[in-house]
Ligand binder design. Structure first.
Ligand code: NAG
Ligand code: NAG
Ligand code: NAG
Ligand code: NAG
Length: 493
C-alpha cells in the first residue's frame, strides 16, 4: 500500500510535468509567431534570413549558432508537394488584377515558395509586387497605336482604375494590350529568376493542380528544350493556348531568352499586327530556337469543372490546368483538392486527380434527366426543320446527320424537347449523351457536362432546355476500367 506521503509526491511530480509540458508548448507557438518576420531574399527565393538570429558571437569561443527555426507551415499546406524547381509566372492586367489575383494568392498560390506576377502597370497588391511587362516596348510600336490607350490611361488615373475605366471599355482594351506582353514576360521572368527547371506561364483565371503537375514533371527532363501546352492554331501555325497555360523547360528558356537578349523588342511591331500574345510567344520561340509546341491536352486544359466535357477522351487523364475560373470557382476547387489530398494521405494512397474525379465531385451528385432554362452546350449534331420558310445558317446544316440515316425517333427530333430526348435515347453513346432544345432546334453531344443556367425567355419557343441520358451515362461509366492505367500525355524529347 502506498503511503499518503508517496501519493502526495506522485501528485506533485505529475503537476510539475504538466506545467513544464504546457510552457514548452507555449514557447513553441511563440517561435512560430516569430516566423512572419522571416525575410525572403528577393534575389534568391530559396534562401530565407531570420533577422537577429544565427549571427555567431565571435567573443564567445564555444558559440554554436542555434539552428534556424523551421519555415512557417500553414496547416493547409501540409503535404503540399515541393514546387521549388517550378516558377509560376502569372499574367494579368491592371483592370482586372484586384478582381482576380487576391483569391489566387489565398488558394492556388498559397503554398508556393516563389512566383512572379506581370501586368500592364506596376502595382502593389497588399504587399505583393506586380510588374509592368510593357515598360520596355519600343516607342515605334506604342506611338500613335490605339492598343496602348488603356496603358496610358491607367498610368494617369487619379482615382481607382475601375472608376477611370468608365471612360473606356476595359475588357476589349485589355485584350488589345495583352498581346504585347508574353515575350516580354518570358524575358523578364528568366532575367529575374534564371535558376528554375520549369517556367509555367498562366493567366490570372488559370487554375494549377500542383500535386498533379509535380507528379508529371518527375517524368520529364528539364534539360531538353520543351514547350508544352494545349495546341491552338492561327494561320496553320501551332502554339500553346495561353489561358490553359504553357510550360517551358529550362533548356528552352536558356536557348530562347537567355541567348537572345532583346528578343521581345524584335517582336513588338509584329505583335501590333497579330491577334494574340501566346501566338507571338510561339512565333518568337520557333524563330530563335526551332522549338515547337507539343500537345498536352487534355492534361493542360482550357475548360473548368462545369464546362469539361466528360466522356471517352476525358476520363482517366490527370489534369494539371483549367481556365476561365472565377474567384469563387477557384476557391471551391482548391478546397476540394486539399480535402482530397488529406483524405488520400490518411488512406496512404496517392493517385493523381483524374478528370473522372472532377465528374464524381461536381457533376455526378447533380445529374438529372432534364433542366429548364439551362444550357449543357450540346452542339455536336443538330436536328432542325430544313423545309421551313427561313433557311437555317450553314453552320447548323454542316452539323447534321444524313437524313436518309435517320431512325424513326430522329425524324421527329426537331419537333419538341421531349422528341429530342427520345431521339437521344434511341442512338448509341458515341452519338448522344446529352441533348438540348432551343429555337426549334434539337442538338446532341457525345460527351456530358454540367453547363450553366440561362435567363428564362418569355417566348416559350426561345427557352433553352437541356437533357442528360442518365442511364446511358451510368452504363458507360460502369463499363470503364477503374483507371489503373493513368494516361499521362506523351512528351517527345
Ligand atoms: C526569324 O525572323 C526574322 C525576321 O522576320 C526572319 O528574317 C528570319 O528568317 C526568321 N528566322 C527563322 C529561323 O524563322
Ligand atoms: C429533374 O428531372 C425530372 C425528370 O425529367 C424533372 O421532372 C425535374 O424537374 C428535374 N429537376 C430539376 C431540378 O430540373
Ligand atoms: C464496353 O467496353 C467494351 C470494351 O472496351 C466495348 O467493346 C463496349 O462497346 C463497351 N460497351 C458500352 C455499352 O460502353
Ligand atoms: C461537349 C461540348 O459540346 N462542348 C461544347 C460546349 O460549348 C462550347 C461553346 O459553345 C463548345 O466550344 C464546346 O465544344
Amino acid at each position: 500500500m502506498p503511503t499518503r506521503r508517496t501519493l502526495t509526491v506522485i501528485a506533485l511530480v505529475a503537476v510539475s510535468v504538466l506545467v513544464l509540458l504546457y510552457t514548452s508548448r507555449r514557447i513553441g507557438s511563440w517561435s512560430a509567431l516569430d516566423d512572419p518576420y522571416t525575410y525572403r531574399d528577393p534575389h534568391d527565393p530559396h534562401k530565407s534570413h531570420h533577422a537577429g538570429q544565427g549571427s555567431p558571437d565571435p567573443s564567445h569561443p564555444d558559440h554554436v549558432p542555434p539552428p534556424p527555426p523551421p519555415p512557417p507551415v500553414d496547416p493547409v499546406c501540409e503535404g503540399f508537394p515541393d514546387t521549388s524547381k517550378v516558377l509560376l509566372v502569372m499574367k494579368t492586367g491592371a483592370s482586372e488584377a484586384f478582381a482576380r489575383v487576391p483569391t489566387q494568392l489565398m488558394t492556388m498560390m498559397k503554398c508556393l515558395p516563389d512566383f512572379l506576377i506581370f501586368s500592364d502597370m506596376d502595382q502593389n497588391l497588399a504587399g505583393q509586387e506586380i510588374h509592368d511587362s510593357l515598360s520596355t516596348v519600343v516607342p515605334e510600336a506604342q506611338d500613335g497605336n490605339g492598343d496602348f490607350d488603356l496603358y496610358r490611361r491607367q498610368k494617369s488615373c487619379l482615382v481607382d482604375q475601375a472608376s477611370c475605366n468608365k471612360r473606356g471599355d476595359p475588357s476589349s482594351e485589355g485584350w488589345k494590350l495583352d498581346k504585347y506582353k508574353n515575350v516580354h514576360i518570358a524575358e523578364r521572368a528568366y532575367a529575374m529568376r534564371p535558376d528554375y527547371d520549369w517556367y509555367l506561364f498562366v493567366d490570372a483565371d488559370t487554375y494549377v493542380l500542383w500535386p498533379n503537375l509535380m507528379e508529371w514533371l518527375k517524368r520529364l527532363n528539364a534539360k531538353k528544350k520543351l514547350y508544352l501546352g494545349s495546341v491552338t492554331m492561327i494561320h496553320g501555325f501551332r502554339f500553346g493556348h495561353g489561358g490553359s497555360g504553357y510550360l517551358v523547360s529550362k533548356g528552352a528558356m536558356k536557348d530562347f531568352v537567355g541567348k537572345h537578349p532583346g528578343v521581345a523588342n524584335e517582336f513588338d511591331v509584329r505583335a501590333s499586327k497579330e491577334c494574340c500574345g501566346d501566338y507571338i510567344f510561339a512565333l518568337a520561340l520557333k524563330n530563335k530556337t526551332q522549338v515547337a509546341v507539343q500537345q498536352m491536352w487534355p492534361t493542360i486544359n482550357g475548360e473548368k469543372p462545369d464546362t469539361l466535357p466528360f466522356g471517352p477522351w476525358h476520363w482517366c487523364h490527370p489534369i494539371v490546368t483549367m481556365h476561365h475560373m472565377n474567384s469563387e470557382e477557384i476557391n471551391t476547387f482548391w478546397q476540394f483538392e486539399r480535402k482530397r489530398q488529406l483524405a488520400q494521405r490518411e488512406a496512404g494512397s496517392s493517385q493523381p486527380l483524374l478528370i473522372k474525379d472532377i465528374f464524381e465531385e461536381f457533376l455526378a451528385p447533380n445529374l438529372n434527366e432534364t433542366r429548364e432554362d439551362w444550357d449543357n452546350f450540346s452542339n455536336n449534331r443538330y436536328y432542325l426543320d430544313t423545309d421551313g420558310e427561313t433557311q437555317p445558317e450553314q453552320w447548323f446544316l454542316d452539323h447534321m446527320k444524313k437524313k436518309e440515316d435517320y431512325n424513326e425517333f430522329e425524324k421527329k427530333a426537331h419537333l419538341s424537347f421531349e422528341d429530342c430526348g427520345a431521339a437521344c435515347k434511341s442512338v448509341p453513346f458515341d452519338e448522344c449523351f446529352t441533348w438540348r432544345y432551343k429555337d426549334k432546334m434539337c442538338s446532341f453531344s457525345n460527351s456530358f457536362l454540367m453547363g450553366k443556367p440561362v435567363k428564362r425567355e418569355s417566348d416559350e419557343s426561345k427557352r433553352t432546355m437541356s437533357g442528360w441520358d442518365v442511364e446511358k451515362i451510368h452504363t458507360w461509366i460502369q463499363n470503364q476500367s477503374t483507371c489503373n492505367k493513368i494516361h499521362w500525355p506523351k512528351v517527345d524529347s
